[in-house]
Every structure is written in C-alpha cells, then in structure tokens.
Ligand binder design. Structure first.
Ligand SMILES: [Zn+2]
Length: 295
C-alpha cells in the first residue's frame, strides 16, 4: 500500500509520534491584538493548556515512561516558562511554532523572517539551544518557509500533508526532513468551539475522536507508516478526552509492534537510514510545477 516504507528500529511495524501544539493565547493575540484583554473567558480556555494540562500530561507520561514532542510559539515560551521548564526537566522535546502564532502564508517574507527570529530568540533564551523541529502555526507553511527554516538551521518540519511517510522537502540551500501530518489526526476539528475564534464545531465525543485517530493508527500499523498526531493541551488535555487518548496509547503499547518516539528521535533514525544507504526518501520542493500554476 505504501510506496516507500522505511525500516523502523527493532523490526517495529510502524512508528507513532504523539505531538502537541501549546498555543495558549498566542493565536488569539495575533487575531485580536486590540481586543484580547476583554476576552477573559476565551483566554482562560486557552491558558488551561500550559497551566492545567501540561502538568497533568507530564505526570501521565512519566507514569508511562514516555517522552513526546511539544511545539510552542516564542510568545508562549516567554509567558509560561514554568510549563516549558517542566517539560524540559522531564525529557520532552520542544519544537518551535512561530512567535505569535503568525499566519505565515498571509505575511511578507520579511515579516516571516522577523517572526522566526523572535521565536528563535525566545526559544534559545529559555531552552539554551536552538530547536531542530518546526511546525508552522495553523500549518501556514508559506512559499518562503522552507528557505527561511533551512537558513536558520532547522532540521525537520511537521506541517505539510503530502505523504504518509517521512520524506524530504528541498529548499534553495538544503533540505528539511518532513514528517507529514493530516487534519484527520488533529483534535481541532473534533473539539474546538469558540465564538471568539469564529470556529464553532459540533463537539465530538472523545470516543468518536479516538475512532478517527485509531483508524489512522491501524493503517500505519498494517502498512508500516508513521502516524503523527497534532493535539492541543487546552483541547485534548481535558480529563475525559485525555482518558480516551491514554486508553488508545495503552492499547497501542500492549499490542506491540509500534515504535513510539518523539520526532527528534525519528529524525535521527531517518538520517541514519539515509546515511547507511538503507532507505531513500521521496523528495519534493518548490516550485511544484515547471511552468506557472496558472498560464
Ligand atoms: Zn498552533
């Protein structure tokens, strides 16, 4: 079924990377620069992520001896340092997710470069080293993003949707390893309901959300793929939803055959397989066509 499966470590059938985006109020601040201070209830909905859900997640992951990947905007790193420190103390990986959750595809290359620089400065100030991983806020990877990320030293991205397997996305001065995601494994369509965001979904039962996720996992397990989740602590860190996804994680672990790993570890594995000549990634990059998209 999958055209270019990579050999996974220890003869695992597939790989599972559970990743979280800790947006807190960054996206709200980006959309409502003037009015955010009045949106107290929505702010508390979003602050639930770093304040309530992150300590809870750290605890349940410690019980399971698991480390995962958390993408965080620079603005959130500056305002919620305790959550960042707690994740780092417990060995979790932190990737960058913009500065103020900018919509990169709606701003200029210069503005995108500035946002990236501010995000990096906030990250380095707290974490003490540069990030290897990036997820574009709201998946708004722009036509400038690959070059800006490569020039800034990023090694991998997890924002694009063009494959089921790690692959390569080329830029002018190098390449990123890409870990593709899809909306099917994002919790936002199941749970996000906020008048202030203009996003009011009929809220799924946790069982229904997990049904969609588990189908993605099953296909990865059957065919040797890489299942990457995009979950948000303020949405999926609530007790009923977290219980449902922990039950899924426990089922995956009990069944065996899946390598559960943060994206940084998968990146190391992918590079090692390429270097050893054991696997050749599929490549893509801009421009997608050798003539203009519209003549
Ligand atoms: Zn986000």
């Amino acid at each position: 079924m999958l055209a270019n499966p990579i050999p996974w470590p220890d003869d695992a059938r597939c790989c599972v990377s559970i990743t979280w985006d800790i947006d807190a109020e960054s996206g709200l601040a980006y959309r409502h620069r003037e009015g955010m201070e009045q949106l107290v209830a929505t702010r508390t909905q979003l602050r639930y992520g770093p304040r309530i859900a992150i300590p809870r997640l750290v605890e349940v992951l410690r019980e399971r001896e698991m480390v995962q990947t958390f993408f965080v905007p620079g603005w959130v790193i500056e305002r919620y340092p305790a959550a960042i420190d707690l994740l780092l103390e417990n060995g979790h990986e932190i990737g960058l997710h913009g500065y103020l959750h900018e919509r990169m595809c709606e701003i200029s290359a210069e503005e995108e470069a500035t946002a990236l620089e501010r995000g990096l400065a906030a990250y380095v100030a707290r974490v003490g080293e540069r990030p290897r991983g990036w997820r574009a806020p709201g998946f708004t990877f722009s036509k400038h993003s690959a070059d800006l990320l490569i020039d800034a030293g990023f090694r991998y991205d997890s924002s694009l949707m063009g494959d089921d397997m790690p692959c390569v996305f080329n830029g002018r001065n190098g390449r990123l390893i890409e870990f593709p995601i899809d909306w099917t494994s994002d919790d936002w369509p199941h749970y996000m309901h906020s008048r202030d965001f203009g996003f009011m979904m009929p809220i799924s039962a946790p069982k229904r959300a997990v049904e969609v996720y588990e189908a993605e996992f099953e296909a990865a397990w059957r065919y040797g793929g890489h299942w990457v989740t995009v979950w948000h602590p303020f949405l999926s860190g609530r007790p009923a939803r977290l219980t449902a996804i922990l039950d899924l994680v426990d089922r995956i672990r009990e069944r065996g055959g899946a390598w559960l790993a943060p994206l940084g570890a998968v990146y190391d594995h992918v590079e090692a397989m390429i270097a050893a000549g054991r696997w050749t990634p599929t490549e893509d990059g801009l421009p997608f066509h050798d003539r203009p998209d519209i003549d």
